[in-house]
Design a protein around this ligand. Structure first.
Ligand code: IPE
Ligand code: IPE
Ligand code: MG
Length: 248
């Protein structure tokens, strides 16, 4: 654990500061399975089984936007059976959970490219988005076939195609061309599985997000880790390039 984190853990938190938007890099499924002598896909299955309860817990804390990184544009480099297995799992979980998401007040969004995804999965995603579009408790965005660089390039392509006057461009207008249009920037980015890197996730939107990494693998990420992440977030002082209120 980093020295800063140890110091942060020592300070008690009386009132939790709840981030409006939490984004999670759900990493470590493969290692979780390998530690159990199981194939990597077994870990992805366990990771998928963890989704619903995590969404529910963040919604209960009052988080309004939750974004989960499920499959990156770079994950196509993996062996074909793992890729196919992951795509199949996602389709099954979306089909199985749509009614439940609807009932629980969850609005679903997809961040990423649809091209390259099978028509069956595209349909499952479109149906789930449509059926949950009026929900307001929490917006769950699944970053799937998502890459931060691809997202920026796609935005530029659309801007050019629409003939937008570049001299009128500002950060706010540019953001409207990203997949995440209408979703506020993440306040907190959590990475499970212990790596300390961004892996092409929300590279525009997370410019001023707080980062929190835990060694816990995604299938084991639960109530205790969520509490710890929120407590750590509460202890952070966000300055956005300015000075702290205490002058530091
Ligand atoms: C995260 O788990 C899920 C995806 C990237 C699809 P990994 O599959 O990356 O698990 P590790 O990092 O190899 O343990
Ligand atoms: C990031 O995890 C992508 C997702 C969690 C979907 P990776 O396992 O793909 O990241 P790297 O390769 O370790 O950077
Ligand atoms: Mg990984």
């Amino acid at each position: 654990m980093a020295i800063q984190e140890v110091r942060e853990l020592n300070k008690p938190v009386s009132t939790l500061q709840i981030p409006q938007h939490v984004a999670i890099i759900m990493d470590g499924n493969g290692r979780w399975a390998q530690r159990r002598g199981q194939p990597r896909l077994f870990g992805h299955q366990a990771g998928t089984d963890n989704l619903t309860r995590v969404v529910e817990m963040f919604a209960d804390y009052g988080v309004k936007y939750l974004t989960l990184y499920a499959f990156s544009t770079e994950n196509w480099k993996r062996p074909i059976d793992e890729v196919m297995g992951l795509l199949g799992l996602l389709e099954r979980v979306i089909r199985r959970e749509t009614a439940n998401l609807k009932k629980k007040g969850v609005r679903l969004r997809h961040l990423g490219r649809l091209e390259g995804i099978s028509p069956a999965l595209q349909n499952a995603i479109a149906r789930a988005i449509d059926e949950t579009k009026d929900n307001t408790r929490i917006t769950l965005s699944i970053a799937f076939n998502y890459g931060g660089r691809a997202e920026i390039l796609d935005a530029v392509r659309r801007l050019v195609a629409e003939g937008v006057d570049i001299s009128q461009m500002d950060e706010e207008l540019f953001s409207r061309y990203l997949y995440s249009d209408g979703i506020p920037d993440p306040d907190l980015v959590i990475r499970t599985g212990g790596e300390m890197r961004v892996s092409n996730f929300l590279i525009w939107q997370a410019a001023y997000a707080e980062y929190y990494a835990t060694p816990v693998f995604w299938p084991d990420f639960g109530a205790c880790e969520i509490r710890e992440a929120l407590e750590t977030f509460t202890r952070r002082e966000r300055r956005f390039g300015g000075l702290s209120p205490t002058g530091g």
